[in-house]
Design a protein around this ligand. Structure first.
Ligand SMILES: *[C@@H]1O[C@H](CO)[C@@H](O)[C@H](O)[C@H]1NC(C)=O
Ligand SMILES: *[C@@H]1O[C@H](CO)[C@@H](O)[C@H](O)[C@H]1NC(C)=O
Ligand SMILES: *[C@@H]1O[C@H](CO)[C@@H](O)[C@H](O)[C@H]1NC(C)=O
Length: 405
């Protein structure tokens, strides 16, 4: 269904964006000389843009309701129910209002330097097969504007293919499409995802709004079964490197300005991402660390602090802990021991312990910036308001929370 790239007819560009991994010695030119990474010594400190372009209803049920998707369980469902035109208009309202320019400014004012933006393949509409697929249309200009705001604010941007072609997991609206069986792991879907990456990396390098995008994550959270996803490691990963680099070479991007290409790390459980790669230049790794889903950790506050203080997220470099939260297991989360209103002191400590652990890697990105859960454990913005997350992030090192552990 996809139309061929017009890339090679585009000729030479001036003002190609520099796509780097932020380091102390790399200036973020869009900021006019101020480098948000100086303060953190090159470490990523960021928030996820959850539910902005891939709408996960659980994060924002009121907003989901407000745009008229209330009883539906994913974007595809809502579009089919509502009709394409009405859905396009409804989602436009959401893209325009969920995370705003004001939020972007607030994020930067909290000492954060990075955002990770989940996106779906359907944002590049010629990749969608209208005979079998339905997604809201018209999102890309909103993504463009959004990344322009973030670039203006000097934030580093990671674009994450959260909703992959065919859906990479079952029954999860975070792929945009709630499916009974996965369809991502075959040639047809890989090729469509590669077309998406080619078009995206072209935009990143030629479109001024995307000038602070330094990393593309090529698929979020694939199945946690190494055998089942072997073809992804053997086919999709190496081809993603080849195809992205081919676009960059055609554009004559300098090697030091290539995007970083990010994959889930081995701890995720989809095998060793490097297994079939020959060129690891500007490869990066994503670690998702939700202690609440780790059954090996006893459920108590002391054990959670101990686990975070001693956490080791592996040797792959650079690794960014791209998702984590302050949420404990579902079955205890509202018990008196874990209640967010009465356990602020604990959550403050656990935040500090996690930050220190993830800063032993290349840094961290909290899931998520904003939520309608009335629960700061999933919302950075709410946790700052509750006094759980400090405005001076360096102060976590003065808490002494891991002393003696
Ligand atoms: C900053 O990072 C560099 C390179 O990783 C390291 O050598 C240096 O010690 C760090 N400085 C501080 C103050 O942490
Ligand atoms: C991928 O790597 C594994 C482990 O080294 C190897 O067994 C397999 O043959 C490789 N696949 C390809 C297509 O090279
Ligand atoms: C603390 O965590 C480490 C590993 O993360 C574990 O070996 C140790 O048993 C834990 N200690 C306590 C008191 O839970």
């Amino acid at each position: 269904m996809a139309t061929p790239l017009v890339l090679f007819a585009l000729g030479v560009f001036s003002n190609l964006a520099a796509a780097w991994l932020p380091e102390i010695d790399r200036e973020i030119t869009s900021l006019g000389g101020t480098n948000l990474f100086t303060k953190s010594n090159g470490t990523i400190r960021g928030v996820d843009m959850g539910a902005q372009f891939v709408f996960e209803p659980w994060i924002a049920e009121t907003a989901w309701d407000d745009i008229g998707c209330g009883t539906q369980y994913c974007e595809t469902n809502c579009v089919r129910e509502m009709g394409q035109d009405a859905a396009n208009a409804a989602f436009a309202i959401h893209w325009d209002s969920w995370i705003t320019r004001e939020d972007i400014r607030e994020i930067a004012s909290y000492g954060l330097n990075t955002i990770r933006v989940p996106i779906g393949f359907w944002m590049l509409e010629d990749i969608v097969d209208p005979s079998t697929e339905a997604f809201p249309q018209g999102g890309f200009p909103y993504l463009e504007r959004f990344c322009g705001w973030a670039s203006d604010a000097g934030l580093y941007i990671i674009l994450d293919l959260h909703g992959a072609t065919g859906a990479q997991v079952t029954e999860n609206p975070d792929t945009g499409r709630y499916v009974p069986k996965v369809e991502f792991y075959n040639e047809y879907q890989y090729e469509r995802a590669l077309l998406f990456l080619e078009q995206l990396v072209l935009e990143v390098h030629v479109n001024h709004n995307f000038r602070n995008v330094g990393m593309l994550e090529i698929v979020n959270e694939p199945l946690q079964d190494p055998d089942e996803v072997a073809s992804m490691r053997e086919t999709y990963y190496p081809r993603a490197f080849e195809r992205i680099r081919a676009v960059e070479m055609a554009l004559q991007v300098r090697r030091e300005d290539y995007v970083h290409i990010q994959m889930m790390n081995e701890l995720w459980g989809a095998g060793n991402p490097k297994e079939n790669l020959t060129d690891l230049y500007y490869a990066a790794y994503d670690d998702h660390r939700y202690l609440k889903y780790d059954a090996s950790i006893p459920v108590s506050k002391d054990s959670y602090l101990n686990a975070s203080c001693t956490d080791d997220r592996g040797d792959d470099s650079p690794t960014i802990v791209g998702e984590w939260s302050l949420s404990p297991p579902d079955d205890v989360q509202w018990d008196s021991d874990w209640d967010p209103d009465t356990n602020v002191a604990f959550y403050r400590k656990w935040f500090a312990a996690q930050v220190m652990a993830y800063e032993k890697q290349h840094g961290w990105i909290f899931w998520t910036w904003k939520a309608q859960l009335d629960d700061y454990r999933w919302s950075y913005k709410d946790a700052v308001a509750a006094g759980v997350i400090p405005l001076d992030l360096d102060s976590v090192y003065d808490t002494g929370v891991c002393d003696g552990i």
